[in-house]
Design a protein around this ligand. Structure first.
Ligand SMILES: Cc1ncc(COP(=O)(O)O)c(C=O)c1O
Length: 401
């Protein structure tokens, strides 16, 4: 029965982590997989999460099914975190929210919804983008095309090329934008650039689909949502897939939110009914625990304050490592682009597109037991004060710096 089945190629990033696990060199460093690590190299359970979990355990009364869209209280909390409690779209009832199994679950629901209700339209993704975008939308049967994003000469945003490509999108196409902390490049548009992107979406009649997996990892909870809110200021309709994996450290609990923003309440209800049908046929209803943790924290002033402080500490640690990495490379005479290493501190979030070539990435792994993704993406959140000198020495060795 299974003789015709051939092995699937391993996931490039998880495959690297498996190879890392087998590597016996004590100095090995894993900067491939996208998880936050503290200065000791651990991915901790946040204190606010632990407290919320203790309360939930004591207060939980049932394990019965969740509603298809998840807990309405979660939906409210997620919308308010996304847009701010006083956003007019919330008062107008134009936003419908689905609690999803992580950001990935939300993206797959979005893919199913688009395939069934926006047939013949193309979804445009940045080049490069998070590799799983391609896999998720291919699995849903949505046609995907790339738009330019990265200027490899300077490791910054090529806005002219991006807007030029937008001009070639057809009305009703879908434009996938990373709300902040672009994965894999770490390059985000400036406020002025977001205004131009928002205007282009409106002018060309394309539907923004915003992937928002790192709120709070860039500059702050409100600051990181500014681009997304600018898009919604001029585009009354959009889709948003948010993840709470990183900012609450809830990776394995699978918690995310899929928001439909429509021009009015009736449209939101109609689109919401189609999304509901997609969820029912997929996972039926979402896992409860992670969402309940998020709702508990966001709904309690003391826990929310504690969570925001923990989130700030994670962000500050990453940004501190960016500064230290840039300085460490400068000190060793390494120049990762013709313009130097300044891009490392200009980029946001967990990742930096280092500009390291495939052979250099290979040499880092083979000769120095340092694992980064083949594209040259480094997870800065995996750099610690202890492994930083080893990393800088190894990059200097492979670049001849
Ligand atoms: C850009 C982007 N979108 C979505 C996700 C999915 O997150 P989750 O783990 O919540 O499924 C990730 C995770 O790495 C991501 O980087």
């Amino acid at each position: 029965m299974f003789e015709h089945v051939t092995a699937a190629s391993p996931d490039p990033i998880l495959g690297l982590s498996e190879a890392f696990g087998r590597d016996e060199r004590p100095s090995k460093i894993n900067l491939a997989v996208g998880v936050f690590k503290d200065a000791a190299g651990q991915t901790p359970v946040l204190d606010a999460v632990r407290t919320a979990e203790t309360r939930l355990l004591a207060e939980e009364t049932t394990k019965s099914y969740m509603p298809i869209g998840g807990d309405p209280a979660f939906g409210r909390a997620a919308r308010e975190l996304l847009l701010g409690a006083d956003h007019p779209a919330l008062a107008a009832g134009r936003v419908v929210t689905f609690q999803t199994p992580g950001g990935t679950g939300g993206l797959r629901v979005a893919g199913d919804y688009l395939k069934q209700n926006h047939s013949g339209k193309t979804l445009w993704v940045s080049d490069p983008t998070w590799a799983n975008h391609h896999g998720i939308f291919a699995a849903a049967g949505v046609a995907v095309k790339p738009y330019p994003y990265l200027d490899p000469q300077t490791n910054s945003l090529n806005l002219d090329a991006m807007l030029g490509a937008a001009q070639g999108m057809r009305e009703g196409d879908i434009w996938l934008l990373h709300g902040c902390c672009h994965n894999p490049t770490g390059i985000d548009p400036t406020a002025e650039q977001w205004t131009q992107i928002a205007a282009a979406a409106q002018a060309y009649g394309v539907l923004p689909l915003i992937d928002f997996a790192y709120q709070g990892f860039g500059a702050g909870l409100t600051e990181d949502a500014a681009g997304l809110r600018a898009v919604l200021d001029v585009n009354p309709e959009a889709l948003v897939c948010a993840s709470f994996s990183k900012n609450f450290g809830l990776y394995r609990e699978r918690v995310g939110a899929f928001h439909v923003v429509a021009k009015d309440t009736d449209t939101a209800a109609v689109v919401g009914s189609q999304v509901k049908a997609c969820v029912r046929r997929n996972y039926s209803n979402p896992p409860a625990h992670g969402g309940a943790v998020v709702t508990t924290i966001l709904g309690n002033t003391a826990l929310r304050t504690q969570w925001e402080a923990e989130l700030t500490a994670m962000r500050d640690r990453i940004n501190g490592m960016r500064t230290a990495l840039q300085a460490g490379l400068d000190e060793r005479g390494v120049r990762l682009t013709p313009e130097g290493n300044g891009f490392i501190t200009r980029q946001n979030g967990m990742f930096t597109m280092s500009g390291l070539t495939k052979p250099q990435v290979q040499a880092l792994k083979q000769d120095h037991a340092i694992y980064i993704v083949g594209s040259g993406r480094i997870n800065v959140a995996g750099v610690t004060p202890d492994n930083l000198p080893v990393l800088c020495d190894a990059i200097a060795a492979v670049t001849g710096g």
